[in-house]
Design a protein around this ligand. Structure first.
Ligand code: NOJ
Length: 746
């Protein structure tokens, strides 16, 4: 070979190497460059079976307990090379100390991954994910994860157990707080935005986190809304309603997946080979690694699909589950299982390879201390910009549910404000569930937010009135007194921060304790009253809704809660949030969601006396507040809906006018009903939306396009395809108030 040819060959190799590196950076797949592949091959040849089992083991430190406590000597095990990753550890010093053990005291010096539940922020806490979802603002959601990643990586972390993308239609389930709500299509958009936010373009960048899509699969559909409960549904429902957001994460390049605690059709997810291997890897092409949820291998003995933990470990690894979170089962049993030929070395090697590839992609082999930068820890956490963004995120997550006689925004001439209620000055509750490294002491409460908004001439009084969740009425008098002397009353009502989230299912989802009574008492004084609701799930607030009060849903807003809510209450921000989960009238309507079917005997409100129809005797079928609902301080009028078919697509145009007195943003929603299908179709399915700013007096013309792919659905053979025929296109301000037009697409 001539020198020139050698150069050419080297150049080509370099291009391949570069392409492989770029390809491997953010795809969560096997795109690892040849040098790293050789490194991994060599390690696999060198490792003992115990060291391999160690790489497949994730333990938590005692810093933050997020599940049943299982004591292990994790520090000792790190030094023996028997730990591959750690969670619930953060701050540069502590991460460095533990990483040092792996790098200096183990035989093979393989760096550890550090994970944490960075669910809605790391130090700067944003609104709970369900609240953020109500912003319908993908760029803002992505940015909140970007900031979370920035902060978490500045404190030593490189892996987050998020996003949670479980579709949920049952507000009794406390973990609805962590997801995007009930809609599959919107949930998929949000899932992808979150993965992009965490991982950025390159998760070797040092300030991006590897994301983990969870909980695979269908954890959001437990029977009775009881956490960890059994899930059983048709394959069609699974494919159509529950799986797409996980798939959206794969398509967005997510680096890891977490199994779910539940069983589906009798098989615990952590032992489900069809889910973890056939569907996830073979059909969807996922190339990252799968971690269990917390001790979910051990829990199979309780599920009853195995007699002992050792066999549970066999089932999990053979199903395609690569890493055991906290259960120690791989560490304890893989060596034996391999010797007994119940698990092959190829299976173990494959799992180890995926974990090592993740370490390569995170840049840990190049620099194990990449995420241990003290300057970053000091300078990149809770910066003024991050806090300003958090405040904005609070405001865009708020949903105005009711505003009779334009109680809100608070009039400028108000001279005194009484804030009353157990959530009005409770810093601890503002973070909601999954607080990561958030410090509740730094939270801004509603009273604080209001005080810093008004000038010195305005008095702001505060009384708790009652607790959130007991029958103590001794504070009512004091509350009445301050309401009496104020021009305007704000009631801060709802759930405690711990009443939603993991292991926080409830059967009664009205306001707990005596809060309704307090509200009724205060309203009797005849003052203008606005309620700020704090909660991690849709509430059945029919009783509160009967009062002539404004209601602003604020969720749990995080660090800047009080400031962001005050922005909305005073009209600095015109609310534009829309519910992504239906609010029921009462618990008997659950599960309740907008995209149900018509049935053979649909209820027709025009014939309300009909007996043999699908209805309740004691309650309307309609929810209290439907999916997509949310008011503004201005109003919007929809007109001129035009559809036409062109080139196999439906083009939709609509005009939306701001018919009120303020500039405002509107989430214009597009729903479709496929009139006839070989598989019956829902009454409405969200297929698109646009969030637009429309100035007062302005009319905007908006265009949407629907392709056959958008209208395709799953069939009994689990193939997704389009069926020609009539479609009704609905456009509107929520899933119920729409204008519509029929169109045929063949
Ligand atoms: C159990 C939860 O289900 C999961 O979401 C979380 O990531 C782990 N615990 C770790 O804290």
């Amino acid at each position: 070979m001539t020198i020139g040819n050698k150069f050419k060959l080297a150049a080509i190799l370099n291009i391949i190497l570069f392409a492989a590196t770029v390809y491997g950076q953010n795809t969560g797949d096997k795109g690892i460059n040849p040098v790293d592949k050789t490194r991994i091959d060599n390690l696999l040849k060198t490792m003992t079976i115990e060291e391999k089992a160690g790489q497949l083991t994730l333990f938590m430190s005692g810093w933050d307990v997020t599940g049943p406590k299982l004591d292990n000597n994790y520090k000792g095990l790190i030094k023996e090379g028997k730990v591959g990753a750690l969670f619930n550890v953060y701050t540069v010093d502590y991460v460095r100390e533990l990483q040092k053990m792996a790098m200096e005291e183990t035989r093979l010096k393989i760096p550890l991954i550090f994970g944490y539940d960075v669910i809605h922020g790391h130090r700067t806490i944003f609104p709970i994910p369900l609240g953020q979802a109500c912003s319908w603002d993908m760029a803002a959601i992505e940015q909140s994860e970007r900031i979370a990643a920035q902060e978490a990586t500045a404190e030593g972390l490189n892996w987050t157990f998020a996003p949670m993308v479980d579709v949920a239609r049952d507000p009794r389930w406390g973990r609805v707080a962590e997801g995007a709500g009930e809609d599959t299509w919107l949930g998929s958009e949000i899932a992808a935005a979150r993965v992009r936010g965490f991982q950025g373009k390159d998760y070797k960048a040092g300030n991006t986190l590897m994301a983990c899509a969870k909980h695979f699969a269908a954890y959001g559909a437990p029977q009775g809304g009881r956490d960890y409960g059994t899930v059983d549904m048709s394959q069609l429902s699974l494919y159509e309603w529950y799986l797409p957001p996980y798939k959206a994460c794969v398509d967005a390049g997510v680096g890891s997946f977490m199994t779910s605690f539940n069983e589906i059709a009798g098989v615990p997810s952590t032992a489900n080979k069809w889910l973890m291997t056939d569907l996830l890897r073979k059909d969807w092409g996922f190339g990252g690694f799968v971690v269990t949820d917390y001790t979910s291998i051990n829990e199979m003995v309780n599920h009853g699909n195995t007699e002992n933990t050792k066999d549970a470990a066999r089932q999990a690894i053979n199903a395609g589950v690569d890493m055991d979170m906290q259960g120690s089962t791989y560490l304890d049993f893989l060596p034996e299982l391999m010797k007994e030929k119940k698990v092959s070395m190829a299976t173990i090697d494959n799992a180890v390879r995926l974990v090592l590839e993740a370490k390569v992609k995170l840049g840990l082999f190049e620099d194990p201390y990449r995420y241990c930068n003290k300057t970053r820890q000091e300078q990149e956490v809770m910066t003024p910009d991050q806090l300003a963004f958090a405040r904005k995120m609070v405001a865009v997550s708020c949903v105005l549910l009711k505003n009779p006689k334009q109680v809100l925004p608070i009039p400028e001439n108000v001279k005194s404000i009484a804030v009353i209620g157990p959530l009005g000055d409770s810093k601890k509750d503002m973070l909601g569930n999954w607080t990561a490294a958030g410090e509740w002491e730094k939270c801004v409460t509603l009273v604080e937010g209001i005080r810093s908004m008004v000038n010195d001439n305005v008095e702001v009084y505060y009384e708790k009135g009652c607790n959130t969740n007991d029958l103590d009425r001794s504070g009512f008098d004091a509350a009445q007194k301050i309401a009496d002397k104020a021009d305007f009353v704000i009631l801060a009502l709802g759930e405690n921060g711990w009443m939603s989230g993991e292991a926080a299912s409830r059967t009664r989802i009205d306001l707990p304790g005596v809060q309704n009574e307090l509200a009724e008492l205060i309203v009797k004084l005849g003052k203008p009253v606005a309620v700020a609701l704090f909660n991690g799930r849709p509430l059945a607030i029919t009783r509160l809704n009967n009062l002539p009060v404004a209601i602003l849903e604020t969720w749990f807003g995080g660090t800047q809660a009080g400031n962001g809510i005050a922005d909305v209450l005073f009209g600095v921000v015109n609310p534009a949030g829309k519910l992504t989960m239906t609010f029921p009238r009462n618990e008997g309507q659950i599960p309740i969601f907008y995209n149900g079917k018509n049935t053979g005997r649909p209820y027709n409100p025009a014939d309300s006396g009909a007996k043999y129809v699908s209805r309740y005797l004691d309650c309307s079928n309609d929810p209290l507040f439907p999916f997509g609902f949310g008011l503004s301080y201005t109003t919007f009028a929809y007109s001129n809906l035009v559809t036409n078919v062109n080139g196999g697509k439906i083009n939709v145009t609509v005009q939306v006018a701001n018919s009120g007195n303020r500039d405002g943003e509107e989430v214009v929603q597009l729903y479709v009903r496929d009139k006839v299908g070989t598989i019956t179709r829902p009454l409405k399915e969200l297929k698109g939306f646009q969030k637009v700013l429309i100035r007062k007096g302005e009319t905007k013309s908006l265009n949407f396009t629907l392709t056959k792919e958008d209208l395709a659905f799953y069939h009994p053979d689990l193939k997704k395809f389009f069926e020609p025929g009539e479609f009704i296109i609905y456009i509107g301000t929520n899933s119920q108030e729409t204008i519509s037009k029929s169109v045929v697409l063949n």
